[in-house]
Design a protein around this ligand. Structure first.
Ligand code: 13P
Length: 344
């Protein structure tokens, strides 16, 4: 297959209406923290078991087009000895891979961060691709405060995101471009909107300069929302309208799909916001999800590391995947939260 044919085939699957992406690519320290919060011991085997629970949930392939894996999981196998990438492909789900190497201090800023991992990226991508990965993820992070994000952080993160995306496309890998504006803090939704617009402009400006073909990327942004500690809580419609307003101003229609991160919103909020956006009338892009916590929280808590809970844990994941799939089509209602949804 040519590079363009590979990119086309991957993006067409990822942009399928009513399907989203499961982010199951928590680094070992991150998943360990999440496991600890619900009393699960973190070992290579418990992480493997948990990821198998997610990926083998019966019927989840109706709602999930791709799963982002951490390197450890890409190399692991199911109980039956089938490598995870192959398991996903057999279910019609595309395997993806987190390729950034985390955050470090951005010199000459006050506590701002830059994402590292460009060195050796082409070689790593070639290896991941040989193991089945079709798409990749790179996360840049911006914190909101009175003086951040700075112009330096906005420009440098955009540049690095664009370099990563260009390297991916050269290898036939669809890049997920993830600029995450953190929900931490007491900022208002208006402040979040004021920050998000220049961040996204800078990202698309850099993607253009680096000749990234927008037709073959997934944008994974945060929603425009008030900070967690802000006393003025924005309504579901305010979040939906502000988010779509900023995206319309900054994201060209050539981008096929925008898949949000959940960023610390509750599972129900993440679903309600996505649904409200998809009810706003014509949008030039597919608007869907690429959640980690909002898809996994109930599943992880229900499993609690116990084999006897696996079926209930899968039912919890199935329900969130299904409701978010409906939200990606604007067909979700709050009443559905109360309904029993069985995975079969
Ligand atoms: P959350 O949905 O938990 O924010 O995670 C998405 C993600 O992949 C962060 O990089």
């Amino acid at each position: 297959m040519t590079i363009v044919a590979e990119l086309t085939s991957t993006i067409n699957k990822l942009a399928t209406k009513g399907k989203g992406i499961l982010a199951a690519d928590e680094s070992t320290p991150t998943i360990t923290k999440r496991f600890q919060a619900v009393g699960i011991e973190s070992s290579e085997e418990t992480r493997r078991t948990y990821r198998e629970i997610l990926m083998t949930t019966p019927g989840c392939n109706q709602y999930v087009a791709g799963v982002i894996l951490f390197e450890e999981t890409l190399n692991q196998k199911t109980n039956q000895g089938v490598p995870f990438p192959e398991t996903l492909k057999n279910l019609g789900i595309l395997p993806g891979i987190k390729v950034d190497k985390g955050l470090v201090h951005l010199a000459n800023t006050t506590d701002e961060q830059i994402t590292q991992g460009l060195d050796g990226l082409p070689e790593r991508l070639a290896e991941y691709k040989s193991k089945g990965a079709c798409f990749a993820k790179w996360r840049a992070v911006y914190a909101i405060s009175n003086n951040t994000p700075s112009k330096l952080a906005i420009k440098t993160n955009a540049e690095v995101l664009a370099r990563y995306a260009a390297i991916c496309q050269e290898q036939g890998i669809v890049p997920i471009v993830e600029p995450e504006i953190l929900i931490d803090g007491d900022h208002t939704i208006t402040h979040c909107e004021e920050v998000s617009e220049p961040v996204l402009h800078a990202v698309f400006n850099a993607l253009y300069r680096h000749k990234v073909k927008l037709e073959y990327i997934v944008l994974k942004p945060s929603m425009i929302i008030n900070g967690k500690a802000c006393s003025q809580k924005a309504s579901v419609n305010e979040v939906a309208e502000a988010t779509v307003r900023v995206l319309r101003r900054t994201v060209p229609g050539a981008v096929p799909t925008i898949n949000f991160l959940s960023g610390g919103q509750t599972p129900e909020q993440s679903t309600a916001h996505l649904n409200a956006m998809n009810q706003l009338g014509y949008l030039p892009w597919n608007l869907s999800f690429s959640y980690a916590r909002a898809l996994q929280d109930y599943c992880m808590k229900t499993w609690a590391g116990q084999a006897k809970n696996i079926s209930a844990a899968q039912a919890a994941f199935y329900k969130r995947a299904k409701l978010n799939s409906l939200a990606a089509m604007g067909k979700y209602t709050e009443l559905m939260e109360k309904e029993e949804v069985s995975h079969a």
